[in-house]
Write a protein that binds this ligand. Structure first.
Ligand code: GLN
Ligand code: ZN
Length: 769
């Protein structure tokens, strides 16, 4: 096969597009199918119509080649498992009987078979289903979905490029199947997997693909020499096939680093690299390897992760530099547009002036086309677009929304002392003991209580104007009353108000902070049919007034026991929002921290002695490469301390994280300097307690003793056994008793009994001390 590339002008392309449709038609169709209200054929027809609409829109916008295969009923990694025949044994029968129903059974579980595990797709908020592999795995090509979608696009008259998860990334994202040794390395299956990819490539070629894109984002992480060798071998082999389309190997989310020379040398026709800030270093690295002579370079210059208009002139400069480094340079978003909402123009509630700063998938596509035109024909061909872009960027840069002098002056004036508690931990601990007078092994919960249907209905009624604010708040107060009286009756030591007023732990605060934008239609897929509308950190952040004090104080007025104040921490506020791209993340975190610091102060002034600041996202925002960890952890832990350090020594600061693996951030957890941390631990039999102990963690900890991820009720003896296990690692003076996480997804009946058992277990173990 020759390595000539299509000659001609630069073109614009994307790797993938939001799947849901303008009005989340896909979600509705799939959920209807699950409930038996939509037939499989009707679901397929809706899906085909959505694909067709996307392609038409991309083509009309001026894209020369549309992506195919990026569509998914649930998840594209699960689709890849189907494509290579890696169906877990427990689902095989269901898949054979009814492929569509079997597919959803793998994603969601069935009566007799657990689903595949779900985990985050790199550092995004999209979740994929983890492939399960083992030495017995037999791969077999099933290219039907890829071929059908390509054929569909071609039949609509589009030039199309199938997009597949690459074989190396597929294996690197996999885990040993149940029953397979934990140290089994899926990468050892590469030799068996490559022939399957060869078959799929041949099928796609036969169906009319001239290019196929293989996504290898896993290669942007720190990789061992063995892994890099596997990548070299994979692309030597696939590149050497006689019967294949041209291959574009795509990377995104970070720089390719050591994998760049490997792929540059591989016998493939194109590489896609991230040239946004996330991929900083790629440009220099590419120059250092002498560019990509004879190859197609697809340059991701428009961020596929943020929601901001591109700086077109800056992108053109980058593209101009790249022109000298490859045979042909195409313009792309840095990654699939799956991670951004569909259309900023739909946001009628956002001021038009501010809306012009935003670029969602549709606007980003238009930017790509403009850039390609500018690159091909010179800036003279896009003068109108450039001047409009310049005006938008200037309006954003000079707006009082993005530049609030008071916020900036305050952030500037922050000193190290502001981020340090006034006394070291041992002295604080003594003061807190005297002040709170808690028993050994104090019991508490993580914050939320069941979000009942009535609560959600009350919020919907408020939005629809069926009830007024006063009526809604009566509902919330009634709920708080019930939650507090239940906790008192059950005998919990540190109470919570239950968070009934919160729709979402980030959105609730975003709606109460100046500088945050909310969207009406800004849905982004989180997993399957779950879509979220992340708020947008658009400007400088300030707090017009207290956000939670009223509810916490009300709860405290109902009880003599301490009620914990409950806030979402600055890192999580950033992680689950769209962030600014015009200042370092650490600066945004500091502004959020200062606003939260005032909330902490107001809570304390209102008589709150225990304040929890949740940071479940601390670990998930960790940069993909280890080289980026220290700088991230530095600003992240500092933002937490800035939020919390202003309190009196006898005010107890708690934090909470929702995962069991935190070995790589245990020092950072220590650096938060929180008085108490609660973590998930029930499923791992208190593993975190041992890890904290091994690290020498000096403060109090509550490894979860009640797994809240299912309705199952743990019995008292089971909880007591976990506590005794915890006591082997953490002394009784520093051990708390709590569930793994909040209870908002649970129902009341199981919550009641489980917490009764939790308190009973604490009493039993206490009595034996
Ligand atoms: N306080 C929150 C709750 O209980 C914490 C949620 C979380 O950790 N994700 O719901
Ligand atoms: Zn949690």
């Amino acid at each position: 096969m020759s390595v000539t590339t299509d000659s001609g002008a630069a073109r614009a392309t994307v790797y993938g597009y939001p799947r849901q449709g303008q009005n989340r038609e896909l979600k509705k169709a799939i959920e209807g199918y699950w409930k038996g209200r939509v037939t499989a054929d009707a679901l397929r027809a809706t899906a085909a119509e959505l694909r067709r609409a996307n392609w038409r829109q991309l083509a009309e916008a001026g894209l020369h080649e549309v992506p195919t295969g990026d569509f998914s009923y649930y998840d594209h990694v699960l689709d890849t498992s189907v494509m290579v025949g890696a169906i877990p044994a427990r689902h095989r029968e269901a898949v054979a009987a009814d492929p569509l129903a079997g597919y959803f059974a793998m994603a969601r579980g069935s009566q007799d078979a657990a689903p595949l595990e779900m985990t985050k797709w790199f550092d995004t908020n999209y979740h994929y289903l983890v492939p399960e592999l083992g030495p017995e795995t037999v791969f077999a090509a099933d290219s039907a979905k890829q071929v059908d979608e390509l054929t569909e696009a071609l039949s609509h008259g589009h030039a199309a490029r199938p997009v597949l998860v690459g074989p190396v990334t597929y294996l690197l994202l996999s885990k040993p199947a149940p029953g397979v040794a934990a140290d089994f390395d899926p990468l050892t299956l590469l030799n068996r997997l490559l022939p399957v990819y060869a078959d799929v490539l041949a099928d796609l070629r036969a169906a009319g693909a001239s290019w196929v894109q293989l996504d290898e984002p896993a290669l942007v992480k720190d990789r061992t020499p063995a892994e890099l060798n596997a990548a070299a071998r994979a692309y030597r082999e696939l590149g050497g096939l006689a019967d294949r389309p041209r291959l574009l190997v795509a990377s995104y989310f970070d720089r390719l680093g050591e994998a760049l020379p490997v792929l540059a040398k591989a016998p493939v026709e194109g590489l896609a690299l991230d040239f946004t800030e996330a991929g900083a270093g790629n440009l220099e690295d590419l120059a250092a390897v002498g560019g990509l002579p004879g190859k197609r370079l697809v340059a991701g210059v428009v961020s596929g992760r943020n929601v901001w208009v591109n700086d077109l002139e800056a992108s053109l400069t980058t593209l101009g530099t790249l022109l000298g480094l490859a045979d042909r340079v195409d313009v792309a978003a840095s990654c699939s547009l799956l991670h951004v909402p569909l259309d900023a123009a739909a946001e009628r509630d956002i001021e038009p002036q501010i809306r012009r700063w935003l670029a969602f998938a549709e606007q980003k596509t238009a930017e790509l086309v403009t850039l390609a035109k500018g690159l091909a024909h010179g800036t003279g061909a896009i003068t109108a677009e450039l001047s409009a872009n310049r005006a938008d960027l200037a309006s954003r840069a000079s707006s009082p929304i993005t530049r609030d002098p008071a916020v900036r002056a305050r952030a500037e004036a922050v000193t190290d002392a502001d981020a340090r508690r006034s006394q070291p931990y041992p002295e604080r601990a003594a003061a807190q003991r005297a002040h709170l007078r808690l028993p050994l092994l104090p019991t508490t919960t993580i914050g939320s209580f069941p979000q009942t249907g009535e609560l959600r209905a009350a919020r919907a009624d408020l939005r629809a104007g069926r009830i007024d604010t006063a009526g809604y708040e009566d509902r919330v107060r009634a709920e708080i009353q019930e939650v507090v009286s239940f906790q008192e009756k059950t005998g919990l030591d540190v109470l919570v108000h239950g968070e009934p007023e919160r729709n979402d732990m980030v959105q609730y605060f975003a709606e109460r902070l100046t500088g945050y934008l909310a969207t009406q239609h800004g849905w982004v897929q989180s997993y399957g049919t779950r879509y979220v509308r992340p708020p947008i950190l658009a400007g400088d952040i300030s707090r017009p007034g207290p956000m939670t004090v009223r509810w916490t104080s009300y709860a405290q007025s109902l009880s003599d026991r301490p009620v914990k104040g409950m806030l979402t921490g600055p890192v999580t506020m950033l992680a689950w929002s769209f962030v600014r791209d015009d200042q370092p993340l650490g600066d945004t975190a500091r502004q959020v921290a200062l606003a939260l610091r005032d909330e902490v102060a107001d809570l304390e002034a209102a008589g709150t002695s225990v304040i929890q600041v949740d940071e479940p996202a601390l670990r998930e925002t960790l940069p993909l490469r280890a080289a980026g960890h220290p700088a991230y952890l530095e600003w992240a832990t500092r933002a937490f301390r800035l939020t919390t350090a202003g309190v009196r020594p006898d005010t107890q600061i708690h934090t909470h994280m929702c995962y069991a693996e935190f070995g790589d951030i245990v020092q950072a957890i220590d650096d938060l300097d929180a008085d108490v941390i609660s973590l998930e631990a029930a499923r791992s039999h208190m593993q975190v307690a041992r890890e904290l102990a091994a690290h020498g963690y000096p403060r109090e900890a509550g490894p979860g003793v009640y797994d809240i991820h299912s309705p199952r009720v743990p019995d008292t003896e089971e909880v007591a056994a976990l506590l005794r296990t915890g006591l082997k690692a953490i002394p009784a003076e520093r051990l708390w008793v709590n569930p793994d996480c909040g209870l908002k997804t649970r129902g009341w009946p199981e919550t009641r009994t489980s917490l009764e058992h939790l308190v009973a277990a604490a009493r039993t173990v206490r009595a034996g001390l």
